[in-house]
Design a protein around this ligand. Structure first.
Ligand code: CMP
Length: 146
């Protein structure tokens, strides 16, 4: 089915936004929502990533995700959720460089935390994360459902 998913370009990779958006469109995704330049508070990052609360990398992740502007994207495609995770590549960019060298995390990320992009891992996550990122000024209505 046609799906929508939430993609983030993280603070380490916003300098490569044009390259990443070109790749996204080459791979057949339609960008149905895009908010550039928003800077998350630590609370925003902690809420978005609450499923990782308590893990060893949580504080580092929250600091990183609130360290500078990001790009919030809602992407649409048949099977978008899995397709975007495949295009992103392995979570750890160091692993990605050997396992999937043409993936976005291999090309634009650097390590386990600074991994360039995020993608929703399920339909339920996509719904929650799209609402989180496109909740202001009626942005959600345009992007939540295909
Ligand atoms: P993301 O796909 O956005 O989801 C959780 C993020 O936590 C992940 O990308 C990385 O930026 C970060 N992270 C750091 N260490 C780990 C780890 N060991 N496992 C999973 N995620 C990690």
């Amino acid at each position: 089915p046609v799906e929508r998913t939430l993609a983030l370009i993280k603070p380490d990779a916003t300098g490569n936004t044009n390259e990443i958006l070109n790749r996204v469109e080459q791979e057949g995704f339609v960008v149905v929502g895009k908010i550039e330049g928003r800077v998350w508070s630590q609370q925003d990052a902690a809420t978005f990533y609450s499923e990782h609360s308590g893990k060893a990398f949580f504080d580092t992740l929250v600091d990183f995700m609130s360290s500078g502007p990001i790009v919030q994207l809602c992407l649409e495609k048949v099977g978008a959720i899995k397709a975007w995770r495949e295009l992103a590549g392995p979570t750890n960019s160091t692993d990605a460089k050997t396992l999937e060298p043409s993936s976005i995390r291999a090309l634009y990320g650097t390590c386990g935390t600074k991994n360039a992009v995020h993608g929703s891992d399920s339909f339920a996550s996509a719904l929650r994360e799209i609402n989180f990122c496109f909740d202001q000024a009626g942005e959600a209505a345009a992007v939540v459902a295909p």
